[in-house]
Write a protein that binds this ligand. Structure first.
Ligand SMILES: O=c1ccn([C@@H]2O[C@H](COP(=O)(O)OP(=O)(O)O[C@H]3OC[C@@H](O)[C@H](O)[C@H]3O)[C@@H](O)[C@H]2O)c(=O)[nH]1
Length: 272
């Protein structure tokens, strides 16, 4: 504000900020789910800081967001500390496709463990609410189907999927220890197999593989005997669930998204 004598005065940020609009940090914000979260938050009027190192994502995935007045991209690897002022954190950074997370499994474990320590530490420091992305893979090779939030899982600690499964289990442990020790306002979402627009054609997961094979008139590759089941989530519904989990009080601190029964792929593809 310019006063009569020509001097400038500045209102304090807290006075200017509308309480309904938040400064939100989205790690992995250039990725498949992260970019959809950024878009939804911008549409709701929030200020979005998108943190990503393009490990499994590309600039083109968020090209539509660049230049948006409330969008800021920060190229950064969450395995290194990061500090900023924010009200909410969606900690989404981690390769999610089995092909990608097994490519450098030590890095995958580091992203989960160090990335979560850095983001929980930041949430504690700036008193931000934090949503930690977990996964259906924390159940490992489950003995119970469908899995509910109170099932503890059946995980191999030394298999090729362990870097992701165990890494994500530690993210949950860290979240709850930051809650118990430092009263950090946490949310944990166990995200199941998500598909939809913006998914990389060579993501390597079953939905994009099958679609690509069908488009190229190639044989569909079914690993194993095809008796596996998955709970598939359309990306808009998954983002709805994540945003509601973040915003609502009184929901369980851990939530499976989507939280309906497991389908065989055959049923999924026929129904969809
Ligand atoms: O071409 C393919 C790809 C996959 N599959 C099978 O399809 C099933 C689903 O495999 P995907 O590669 O899509 O991924 P998964 O469901 O195992 O895990 C995924 O979903 C849950 C997320 O939280 C994880 O990030 C992600 O790893 C598996 O049983 C897999 O063996 C095929 O039969 N053919």
């Amino acid at each position: 504000v310019r006063k009569k004598d020509g001097q400038r005065s500045y209102q304090r940020c807290q006075e200017q900020a509308s309480p309904q609009f938040k400064r939100v940090l989205v790690t992995g914000g250039a990725g498949f789910l992260g970019s959809h979260i950024c878009r939804r938050l911008l549409a709701e009027g929030h200020e979005v800081m998108c943190l990503d190192n393009y490990f499994t994502s590309t600039r083109s995935g968020i090209a539509d967001l660049m230049g948006h007045p409330r969008f800021e991209f920060i190229r950064h690897d969450v395995t290194e500390p990061f500090f900023c002022e924010c009200d909410m954190i969606y900690n989404m950074a981690c390769p999610a496709s089995p092909v990608h997370y097994q490519w450098n499994p030590i890095k995958t474990t580091k992203v989960s463990v160090l990335g979560t320590i850095h983001m929980m530490g930041l949430a504690k420091r700036v008193k931000a609410r934090i949503l930690q992305a977990s996964t259906s893979e924390i159940y490992g090779d489950p003995e119970v189907t469908p899995q509910s939030e109170d099932y503890w899982g059946h995980v191999n600690t030394i298999g090729v999927r362990s870097c992701y499964d165990e890494g994500k289990r530690v993210t949950e442990t860290l979240a709850f220890d930051y809650l118990r020790m430092n009263n950090v306002d946490i949310r944990v979402a166990r995200i199941f197999n998500t598909y939809g627009p913006g998914m990389h054609p060579y993501d390597g997961r079953v939905v994009s593989n099958f679609i690509l094979q069908a488009l190229h008139d190639e044989d569909i590759t079914i690993y194993g005997d095809g008796s596996q089941t998955r709970s598939f989530g359309y990306v808009d519904d998954t983002v709805d669930g994540l945003i509601r989990l973040m915003n609502q009080a009184g929901l369980p601190a851990v939530l499976c998204i989507p939280c309906f029964c497991q389908n065989s792929w055959w049923r999924f593809f026929v129904v969809t």
